[in-house]
Design a binder for this molecule. Sequence first.
Ligand SMILES: Cc1cc2nc3c(=O)[nH]c(=O)nc-3n(C[C@H](O)[C@H](O)[C@H](O)COP(=O)(O)OP(=O)(O)OC[C@H]3O[C@@H](n4cnc5c(N)ncnc54)[C@H](O)[C@@H]3O)c2cc1C
Length: 340
Amino acid sequence: MESILVLTHADETGSVLTKASLEAVTAGLDLAARLGTQLAIGIVSADAAQLSKALPSARLLAVSGEAFAQPRYATDAAACEALCRAAAATIVLAPASSRFARVAAGVAHRLNGLIDTHITAIAGTECIEVTRWFYRQRIEAVLTRDTRPWFLLLDAGTHAAFAGAPDPSPLEEINVELPAIRTTVTGIRAPKQDEQTIRPDAKMLFVTGAGWTKKQPDGQFHVKEAGDLILGFLRQTGASLGSSKSLVDQGGEGQPVLPFLTHMNQVGQTGATPRHAKGLSTCCHGEEPHVVGWRFIADRRAISLDPNCGWTRGKADVVYVADAFPVIAKVNELLAAKKP
Ligand SMILES: Cc1cc2nc3c(=O)[nH]c(=O)nc-3n(C[C@H](O)[C@H](O)[C@H](O)COP(=O)(O)OP(=O)(O)OC[C@H]3O[C@@H](n4cnc5c(N)ncnc54)[C@H](O)[C@@H]3O)c2cc1C
């Protein structure tokens, strides 16, 4: 019989489990129910007692202490290894957070196991079948493996975060002999929240295309105005900012650029494939290499001047054939008026 362990960790505040951890809990509950086996949940944090109160009934294991407050390879790998050994886990589910993605392959190796990443679904009763996408989300594969322990890193947004009534079980503290620690975490340097434009948890993706920096009907460039409109929209909505490749490439080609865009924002075949409930594309043609990155955007809308653009040919649910400058200016005005 399989023994399933879900690995979880706290967010930067240390006071709650990350949303991606709670998504892994949902996946673990589903799988355990289907296989008719008990679920174990492992917590890595400074203070696990507090965090365990939000969890469902399961075997709860924790590695706690100041050394586990911050992400660090040596301590996180030791913590995850100890939890897997204590649970005698054959299947280990973990969120593909930067914290766990960094250590999971190493832990699988220490336990003579195997790992698969970017898992989007887990099915099967007799035999566990996991799903992931290959070739830039064009081919969906179903994998099975005989090797145990089998580590599965779950892509964020593929399961609902556990939000059922908590039914915490007693917490088993697992002792970890701390390895030699060469890395001291002195703090986190990150952009301020409103400068951080890539927001994986946002409900909406707002995509900017090269049209924003092209000559407009008056024969002039309006790059400064474009930047103000885009940032205004992001501030009011909290949307995540994506871009077409053409727009982020422009910097290197000496053309007008939007200073807050980098290749990290690029969506598409050679960019990211984010997951959001809604997407609004602006001044973007909707070519296939861009749109392939929209596979996991549920409701797709676009604003383009071109009535023959790729979006209108069946790639978007709704296309507004309009000038994005006045449209976004008006939307920003309406959003500002709605704010108390
Ligand atoms: C191997 C390969 C990989 C690629 N990978 C990617 C990728 O990962 N991501 C990606 O995005 N692209 C990728 N591309 C490039 C892709 O094919 C397109 O060239 C690119 O997506 C076009 O970007 P765009 O729509 O922003 O620009 P353009 O094609 O220049 O379109 C700009 C659009 O803006 C509209 N517009 C202009 N002004 C306004 C206005 N005021 N209001 C409304 N609309 C306006 C125009 O009508 C036009 O439709 C790849 C290409 C190749 C060959």
